[in-house]
Design a protein around this ligand. Sequence first.
Ligand code: NDP
Length: 250
Amino acid sequence: MSPGSVVVTGANRGIGLGLVQQLVKDKNIRHIIATARDVEKATELNAIKDPRLHVLPLAVTCDKSIDTFVSKVSEIVGSDGLNLLVNNAGIAVKYGSKSEPNRAKITEQLDVNTTSVVLISQKFLPLLKTASSKVSGDELSVSRAAVVTISSGLGSITENTTGSGMFEGLAYRMSKAAVNMFAKTFSIDMKDEHILAVNFCPGWVQTDMGGKQAALTVEQSTSELVSAFNKLDNSHNGGYFHRNLTPFQF
Ligand code: NDP
């Protein structure tokens, strides 16, 4: 079940870029809208030559930028609405329990990885609702209307055995645990609108964030993620998954 239209945030590098590279292989998709903070510098993204790809600017922490972006997406998708929003853009601020107390660092971490995901998803609601309304019945899928957020295994409270750890990941862990709660809550709130919401951990991936020593290439992670997106149905709604759709423990 492919989406007719998809938005991927933070697509100029790393997992976001990899997701777009996978999505363009799916000829059933009509519009792939990929964002970069600085479109001019998004060399690899701009190198993908596909008429269905639209590269647009988005700074996820700026409300004006989000509003402009949503209007441009609205013009692209028109009366079909938006089928799939992939909240991928994220940062990992080094901040552990033993770090010097610093409100700005925690706030920055939560702003990008959590608050912005909530606001962008809410601002896309009219377009997601439009897409959802084209289908009758209760079935959920990315071909109808869905919000997928790239979370992290570090957001699992159950599986936290290493604390802040070598990544100094206290604030990062909190941001991803919170965004897991967002997806679960949103999935319940959007029951009548038939908009699916799930979160994924992409695995440990070789990107600027994951580092060169990470276990997976971007291609390995994103090919599995895109395949998982297309399998999502009612049974997955509100869940938190590994990239192969095995459930992660919240
Ligand atoms: P990268 O650091 O490689 O890329 C991050 C992307 O997010 C870039 O496109 C970056 O844009 C964008 N971004 C960051 N801040 C903003 C902002 N304020 N506004 C708009 N865009 C922004 O990270 P990854 O590709 O590795 O990570 C992607 C997602 O996957 C993140 O949510 C991350 O937490 C998650 N993840 C990654 C793992 C890994 O091992 N790599 C493991 C688990 C989860 P710019 O180039 O302008 O900075």
